[in-house]
Every structure is written in structure tokens, then in C-alpha cells.
Design a protein around this ligand. Structure first.
Ligand SMILES: Nc1ncnc2c1ncn2[C@@H]1O[C@H](COP(=O)(O)OP(=O)(O)OP(=O)(O)O)[C@@H](O)[C@H]1O
Ligand SMILES: [Mg+2]
Length: 290
């Protein structure tokens, strides 16, 4: 979504027009504005708070993630994007002094309920990290490992099939089909990231979390991953943290803006970037802050 200065001017004018009717929310007011709730959500976060010891890192965030959408999470460094993302598959459980309150429903079931096993949960809500992190195994084994430990495959033929399908969905098959036994680490950075996406897809997730998945990649590898994210939306919900507003504009349908642990605003990506409702969002998206 590229906007010219002229278009930006039109938007500024329309924003002024709106502001005359309805003043912007006070800069200090941190109550979330925008469309937090959607019909028939895939995930539903209700009054989520996160504490690292005494430090209150996420303040009472309520936010739905729709089916087949890419939602971008943006905001200045340290505002809590990664912390919030990690709540969605209980990755924060791995930090001893981290404490999460509130509820996060996946298809209506609270993932923080005592009877939830985090191993299958993290297959249902998979994660792709900033730095590609293939296992020290072959390309084939990187993808086959998850389905094997989750009992999704019994035979070699089934495993072969899931490896091929996952690599195809991750847009990597053609590049690696003749070298499946080579180490995952022998691939380029962009290929390694697509391998990690294939590994995530292989265990049949419903949601894929991505924390700055392109920040270690060059523009061509980034474009490849962005195209892939758009294709994956057909089958999955994707929550992506990014520092690049251009990337958020290109890949997401909704954007959530975080500031100092508060969810300030959420809405359609076009609206958040072109016509933000909150002063803090406007300051960030126009480059005055952050
Ligand atoms: N393991 C941890 N222990 C203690 N505090 C933490 C931990 N991880 C994050 N924090 C704190 O929680 C707040 C939110 O951090 P978080 O990493 O979620 O921010 P972020 O928005 O992802 O930032 P960045 O854009 O730099 O990645 C920060 O104040 C950070 O210092
Ligand atoms: Mg982060």
C-alpha cells in the first residue's frame, strides 16, 4: 500500500475533518480504540496481562485474531509485541518469572486451562522466529521430525508425502528436492526461513506466529516470504510482528499498534496507516515517534 504525498494530504484533510467532529483521543489515554472483536474469531484474547516479576509488560489487552487473516503487530522497541505474541502459544511459560493473567481462547477453549498440554498447543499455534533456526539435521528431517513426534505419520511413504507437501506450501520444494539429505544449515538465510515455515506447517497448525521473520533477510528473500505469507493466509491465521510499516502494509489485513505495553489501536491496516484514530498511532505511523 504505497501512498503518495498527495494522497497523504487528502488523508490528512479527511482526518482533520473527522477530528472536527470527534477529537482525537487524548495522548495519555491508553484505552484501546478500534475493532478489537471480530465475528467467529480463531483466537480471542481477553484482558491479557503479562508480568516479568514485578514488571507489568502487557496491560489488559483484549484482541481477536480472525480466521484466514494476517494481523500485524507494530510499535516501538520494548512495547511488548514479542511478549504478547509469545502468550498466544504459551511460549512465555518457558520464562520462570513470567506470569500471564486473563484468557486466550483458541476455537473457544482457553489455552491457559490446566488441562491444556503445551506440546500439541505449540503445534496448533506454531512459531517462526526472527533468526532462522533449523535443527542440526537434514532438510528432510527438519520437516519430518515434528510429524513423527506428534504421531501424524506412521510409514516412510506418509512421511515423504508430508515433507513434500510442506516444502511445497513453503515455496521451497523446487529448490531443495534434489538435496533433501543435506543439512538444513547448508541453505541460504531466506531458504532456511522457508524451511522453518515448512517445519511449522508440517504439524498442521491453525495459527502461525511470526516474530520479525524477515529482519535477517535481504530484500529478495523478504519479498519471497511476504508472498508466501499471503498464500498461507488461505489456510492459516497469521500474527506477524514487524518493525517495517511497509511490510505491515503489504502483508496484513489488520494492524495492532502497541505502546508501552498497551494495545493502543487496532483496525484494518489501511485505516490504521492512513487514518489512525489515536494520537499515539498517528505519531508512530507518521514517523514522529519510535
Ligand atoms: N525475559 C524477560 N525478562 C524480563 N523482562 C522482559 C523479558 N522479555 C521482555 N521483557 C520486557 O518486557 C517489555 C516488552 O518487551 P518485548 O521484548 O515484548 O518488546 P518488543 O515490542 O518485542 O520489542 P522489540 O521491538 O525490541 O523486539 C520490555 O520492557 C522488556 O524489557
Ligand atoms: Mg520483539
Amino acid at each position: 500500500m504505497q501512498t503518495t504525498l498527495k494522497e497523504r494530504g487528502k488523508v490528512e484533510n479527511s482526518r482533520e475533518f473527522i477530528n472536527k467532529k470527534e477529537p482525537l483521543v487524548d495522548r495519555e489515554n491508553r484505552k484501546t480504540v478500534g475493532q478489537q472483536i471480530v465475528d467467529d474469531p480463531r483466537m480471542s484474547c481477553k484482558n491479557v496481562n503479562v508480568y516479568y516479576g514485578d514488571k507489568h509488560a502487557i496491560h489488559d489487552v483484549t484482541l481477536d485474531i480472525a480466521r484466514n487473516e494476517v494481523i500485524a503487530m507494530i510499535g516501538p522497541s520494548g512495547c511488548g509485541k514479542s511478549t504478547f505474541l509469545r502468550c498466544l502459544n504459551r511460549m512465555n511459560d518457558t520464562i520462570d518469572f513470567c506470569h500471564v493473567t486473563g484468557a486466550i481462547l483458541l476455537d473457544g477453549k482457553n489455552i491457559y486451562d490446566k488441562d491444556v498440554d503445551v506440546v500439541p498447543l505449540r503445534a496448533q499455534v506454531g512459531m517462526v522466529f526472527q533468526k532462522p533456526n533449523p535443527f542440526p539435521k537434514s532438510i528432510y528431517e527438519n520437516v519430518a521430525y515434528g510429524p513423527k513426534i506428534h504421531g501424524l505419520v506412521q510409514t516412510k511413504a506418509e512421511t515423504d508425502e508430508i515433507v513434500e507437501t510442506s516444502l511445497k506450501k513453503a515455496g521451497l520444494w523446487e529448490e531443495v528436492k534434489d538435496r533433501l539429505n543435506q543439512p538444513g544449515t547448508s541453505l541460504s538465510g531466506g531458504q532456511q526461513q522457508r524451511l522453518c515455515i515448512a517445519r511449522t506447517i508440517a504439524v498442521g497448525p491453525e495459527v502461525i506466529l511470526m516474530d520479525e521473520p524477515c529482519s535477517a533477510l535481504d530484500p529478495i528473500a523478504t519479498a519471497r516470504i511476504e508472498d508466501l505469507i499471503d498464500e498461507l493466509r488461505e489456510n492459516f491465521s497469521i500474527a506477524i510482528v514487524t518493525h517495517s510499516m511497509q511490510q505491515a502494509s503489504r502483508v496484513s489485513q489488520r494492524t495492532a499498534y502497541f505502546h508501552l505495553g498497551d494495545l493502543i489501536e487496532v483496525g484494518s491496516t489501511d485505516q490504521v496507516f492512513l487514518n489512525p484514530l489515536h494520537q499515539l498511532t498517528e505519531d508512530y505511523v507518521t514517523g514522529r515517534f519510535g
